[in-house]
Design a protein around this ligand. Structure first.
Ligand SMILES: Cc1cc2nc3c(=O)[nH]c(=O)nc-3n(C[C@H](O)[C@H](O)[C@H](O)COP(=O)(O)OP(=O)(O)OC[C@H]3O[C@@H](n4cnc5c(N)ncnc54)[C@H](O)[C@@H]3O)c2cc1C
Length: 298
């Protein structure tokens, strides 16, 4: 890639390892990793970079598997300049880098209801909007009013809920657009009751998911009318291993890096699971985890 880095106020690092920035803790490096100081800094970089330089957004890295050959172009990770949580009369204006769990705790302390489910999702608000994240019967589409996004041109646009095109673990955000913040709605609630609900969701998660492991959460989306984990279990894949990658014994729609697994091993294990489920049930599982970047040998 022919690319002369422009001056920035944030941090632009060449050949930056990405494994530490993901939950799987594996995968290659970014050709460049950019951590903008603020929205103006981000816009300045976007305007200075040729349109053919690929951009990749990384949130908290809880839904991505970065391949071992790394990512060409610029990986953008929003940080401190994008974590503000500001109360409004009907909810919160939340920076894209704020963590879902921090927002859930803030709302509980403020006695605002409706965001409890976010305590179960270990990502950022930007990633939650992109993925229409959800659990226990609620998802981002139930609470979002609008998101402010920056386009590749550096221009900012406010997209309301309909324009975001949110469906099950999916959005229609335009290519290369970056969520800067979102406006999420809350309802009046009782702080103690909300805090108790957070504790309940946390312990449910700990009981049923390998939350302390190197994982990417649910590997496959639930096919209509089915639970992915049940199909995987019925296909005999619980506990299946491959080169340090493992199908979780606790929740078999989770793949785990037991230590030292390459992204290739994790992806190959996922593909084996898909094949076995297809053979056993006739159903093709769709990856929910985003696999991004290049294979090692490319
Ligand atoms: C233990 C565990 C449990 C999980 N449980 C759930 C669950 O119950 N429900 C659920 O929905 N998910 C769950 N997940 C998956 C994951 O947490 C969610 O998908 C989360 O919303 C991803 O957010 P992130 O910030 O980590 O995004 P990343 O994984 O970093 O990125 C995911 C996608 O979002 C894009 N993205 C990130 N930030 C931005 C931005 N600012 N602008 C534009 N695009 C952006 C990335 O480019 C990528 O396409 C779980 C994951 C783990 C590890």
């Amino acid at each position: 890639m022919v690319f002369t880095p422009p001056p920035v106020r944030g941090r632009l690092t060449a050949n930056a390892p990405l494994a530490p920035l993901t939950w799987f803790q594996t995968g290659g490096a970014a050709e460049y990793l950019f951590r903008p100081a603020d929205a103006d800094d981000l816009a300045a970089l976007l305007r200075a970079v040729p349109m053919d330089v690929p951009l990749t957004l990384l949130g908290a890295g809880s839904n991505v598997l970065i391949r071992d050959g790394g990512i060409k172009g610029i990986v953008i990770k929003l940080g401190r300049g994008f974590t503000a949580i500001t109360a409004t009369p009907d909810g919160y204006e939340v920076g894209a880098a704020a963590l879902d769990q921090t927002l859930a705790q803030t709302a509980a302390a403020d006695g605002r209801a409706g965001l409890e489910f976010l305590i179960g999702i270990p990502g950022s608000i930007g990633g939650a909007v992109r993925m229409n994240a959800g659990c226990y019967g609620r998802e981002i589409s139930d609470i979002i009013v609008y998101a402010d996004v920056m386009h590749r041109s550096g221009d900012i646009e406010r997209l309301d809920k309909d324009a975001l095109g949110l469906s099950y673990r999916h959005s229609e955000l335009p290519k290369d657009s970056i969520v800067l913040s979102a406006h999420l709605r809350t309802e009046p609630g009782d702080s103690d009751a909300i805090t108790a609900r957070l504790a309940e969701i946390r312990s449910l998660r700990e009981e049923t998911q390998p939350t302390g492991s190197r994982t990417g959460g649910s590997t496959f989306a639930n096919p209509l009318g089915h639970k992915a984990w049940a199909l995987i279990d019925a296909a005999g894949c619980r506990g299946l291993t491959r080169g340090g990658a493992m199908v979780s014994e606790k929740h078999c729609n989770f793949l785990i890096n037991t230590g030292g697994a390459t992204a290739e091993a994790i992806e190959a294990l996922g593909e084996t699971v898909r094949e076995r489920v297809l053979q056993q049930s006739g159903i093709t599982l769709r990856w929910e985890i985003e696999r991004i970047g290049l294979s090692k040998d490319v």
